[in-house]
Design a protein around this ligand. Sequence first.
Ligand code: SF4
Length: 269
Amino acid sequence: MTLPETFIFTQQNLQDYIDCNRRFYLREILKLEWPAIESEPVREQEELILLGTQFHLLCQQFFLGIPVEDLSDQITNLELQVWWQNFLKLDFKSLNGTLSSEKLISIPFAGFRLAAKYDLLLRDLNGKNFIYDWKTSKHQPQRKYLVERMQSKIYPLVISKYIGAKRFDTDFNPESIDMIYWYPAFPNTPISFGYSKVQFEADQTGLEKLIYEINKKKEPDFVLTEREKTCSYCRFRSLCNRGVTAGVSDQQEIDFQATNAFNFDFEAL
Ligand code: SF4
């Protein structure tokens, strides 16, 4: 199989590949829609999706300059009010530096494009770059879980290469980047990661290998995962003969990148 040069790799589709090769094939190559819920209870999942979407929108409007009072007046859900108040306490408006929210950046990578959607990019006056990602799940995962996620590898890598290329700065220092997962339900325990040149090079090599591996695979090579628990939360489970009942989850994490494709920065690098 040879993917089209226009194919865009993201943390979401590469995570799909890591979780299950077959899922990547069904979603990204066949573009298959399969009607099944991903987790139970359905109503709670839907509510969580809605709350997460509203929270992201509030934050975006905040950074666009809409007055806080106007935004606060829109909120009717108690949980969202708590999240919003926790967000306001971060006091981003008093920070000196450059802020950019809901920024989608795409770079050429390994013969294709690699894209990342940032909830917030903050560059302070000392040249330190902070990547914020709002996580609206009801539980915080362990740090070791997050560190292995594709998002933790791709987001710092994309912004490093982007900033380096924009400034014609081949010596751009990845150490200036911090990635922060901030949970509005757990405002005092963000999970953050520093970055380094060593990590940058390891992630770059690892991702290049991964994309090469995907691109040379043929259809039968996209095998079903051996970890059948993964199937409980996958909409393709009836197609794959991996059961019909959705897994029960109260930790569903919503990927807002897939639903928000605006502000795409296609600057040719
Ligand atoms: S049901 Fe299981 S095997 Fe099938 S695509 Fe989903 S995770 Fe992969």
